[in-house]
Design a protein. Structure first.
Lengths: 189, 161
């Protein structure tokens, strides 16, 4: 499974969840697959997607909040896992697409091949931590975690794209992304 | 000196309702007050606090981030590539270590460049004084609304404890 394939499995299960996206190909692939109103695309500030999602989750406990994160992002802000584990927002699901490379800068290796990010999440206090590698497992785990109390952590081990991905950048202006996302947060369900 | 509880009350009266940050000894009393009342989120890094505040703002909160000026250095990318371009306001309550060149060595350079650094980032700021604290908080509140960008209140030693 590559990133686009993994996202194609996860996106249909999201329903009305608010999804904070890490920068790079995670934002771009998701945007090109389905540009949901409840998607926040973080185009800069690498590492902070899970912090942004935690801020939303704590402030809107009645809404389901999902993070689409990457291994490079998690390694850059590992303290965020600790804080999520301590704050324990029940409405937060943290998905990490781990391809063991910095994809959008040319597949330079991260160190996640030698660091068990799921073990870090478990030690930090996430209440449900899982690791999947196959599409069927990913589909089942996503559906289960979206239906239960968290915070939960799903490490999705994927293959890096060997060929360069010619995939567009986010075409929305940053402030437009905020307006849409705030509308999605405030809509009556 | 403004006491910690008084300082926090001024912030609450102005509508701020989400508090996070990384501590400094210059705001011990403020953080102790927030911790006692519950709801203060002790972040691990100042830039993560900028992310946390961004999420809280989009979900309807008026966030305050407390940090030492050393933490402003940590936040440069979070402010420039998140808060400023997405127009996500937050009040930065920044303590001024290295004020007038008197402090431990690690604070001297940041203490010297703090006002220039805020100006370079185009973040509006005021330096707090005990007598004008309420006015400054009022100014920050209206500036946050007008600009929809981060606004800073800089806190030298001796204003609160």
């Amino acid at each position: 499974m590559n990133l686009a394939q993994a996202l194609s499995v996860v996106i249909p299960a999201l329903q009305d969840a608010l999804v904070v996206h890490a920068n790079g190909f995670i934002s771009r692939e998701s945007f090109n697959l389905e540009d949901r109103l409840g998607n926040f695309y973080m185009i800069g500030s690498m590492g902070l997607a899970s912090s942004i999602a935690l801020g939303v989750a704590l402030s809107k406990p009645e809404r389901r909040v999902v993070v689409f994160d990457g291994d490079g992002n998690v390694l850059m802000n590992m303290g965020s896992l600790a804080l999520i584990g301590v704050q324990r927002p029940r409405n937060l699901v943290h998905l990490v697409f781990d391809n063991e490379v910095y994809g959008s800068t040319g597949n330079q290796p991260t160190i996640s091949s030698r660091v068990a990010l799921d073990a870090v999440a478990r030690a930090s206090g996430y209440v449900d931590v899982r690791r999947v590698e196959e599409a069927d497992q990913l589909r089942a785990a996503t559906q289960e975690l979206l239906a239960k109390d968290g915070p939960s952590f799903l490490l999705v081990k994927i293959e890096p794209d060997r060929e360069e991905r010619h995939i567009g950048r986010i075409t929305h202006e940053p402030q437009h992304i905020v307006r849409r996302f705030m509308e999605a947060i405030n809509q009556d369900l | 000196m403004v006491s910690g509880p008084q300082f926090v009350q001024h912030l609450r009266n102005a509508g701020f309702d989400f508090f996070t940050g990384v501590p400094c000894s210059l705001v011990k009393g403020v953080i102790a007050t927030l911790e006692e009342r519950g709801g203060y989120i002790a972040e691990t890094r100042e830039d993560a606090a900028v992310g946390l505040a961004a999420g809280a703002y989009m979900a309807g909160k008026q966030p305050v981030i407390i940090m030492q000026n050393s933490g402003l250095g940590v936040c440069l990318n979070a402010l420039s590539s998140l808060s400023l371009i997405y127009a996500l306001p937050c009040l930065l309550l920044i303590t001024w270590r290295g004020y007038q060149g008197k402090d431990a060595p690690e604070h001297i350079i940041m203490g010297d460049i703090l006002p220039d650094l805020l100006s370079t980032l185009k973040i509006p700021y005021r330096v707090l004084e005990e007598q004008t604290l309420e006015d400054a908080i009022g100014w920050a509140t209206s500036t946050l609304k007008q600009t929809s960008r981060p606004t800073a209140l800089v806190l030298p030693p001796g204003v609160t404890a």
